[in-house]
Ligand binder design. Structure first.
Ligand code: HEC
Length: 133
């Protein structure tokens, strides 16, 4: 009987302890819009900042892969797929489909949307000339 009491006490205490675990929610860092007229503005890199948005954790490439839904956003193929007038409007960057279609403020692409920071990076990259850098 003593053993049973002890067991209940241990279970009780562990419930109490686990109830006190805090989950800190780290707010998303919002990237300020890129000033395209500023020659000192940091250059956004396609390879290290844009492609990972599409590929990390198969964020977009779960569907947008080779042989899947167009555009093919897999690393190595993404630049060629996206660097066409259908997806990039170099005159009016905001109207580029690769930016506007999955934009968080629109409902055009219900499957998945960019976060605000990701959208800001995509827009900045297009404004800086959509380079394969
Ligand atoms: C669950 C599958 C799925 C995921 C994940 C997904 N998409 Fe899509 N996407 C689709 C489908 C299906 C279409 C075609 C229908 C439509 O336009 O919504 C599409 C269409 C698009 C289009 C327009 C294509 C065209 O030729 O008109 C773009 C641009 C696009 N997706 C970008 C993205 C980006 C960027 C991501 C990641 C943030 C993403 N998608 C994640 C399924 C997906």
């Amino acid at each position: 009987m003593k053993k049973l009491k002890f067991l209940f006490a241990v279970i009780g205490v562990s419930f109490l302890l686990s109830g006190c675990v805090y989950n800190f929610i780290v707010p998303e860092e919002v990237i300020p819009p890129i000033d395209v007229d500023d020659p000192d503005a940091p250059q956004i890199s396609f390879a290290t900042q844009i492609e990972p948005i599409w590929n990390n954790n198969n964020n977009c490439t779960a569907c947008h892969k080779t042989g899947g839904t167009n555009p093919d956003l897999t690393t190595g193929n993404a630049y060629t797929s996206v660097n066409v007038a259908k997806y990039i409007n170099s005159a009016t960057a905001e109207e580029s489909k690769i930016y506007s279609h999955p934009h968080p403020d629109t409902n055009t692409h219900k499957q998945k949307k960019y976060t605000a920071s990701q959208a800001a990076l995509i827009l900045g990259w297009i404004q800086q000339g959509a380079k394969n850098n």
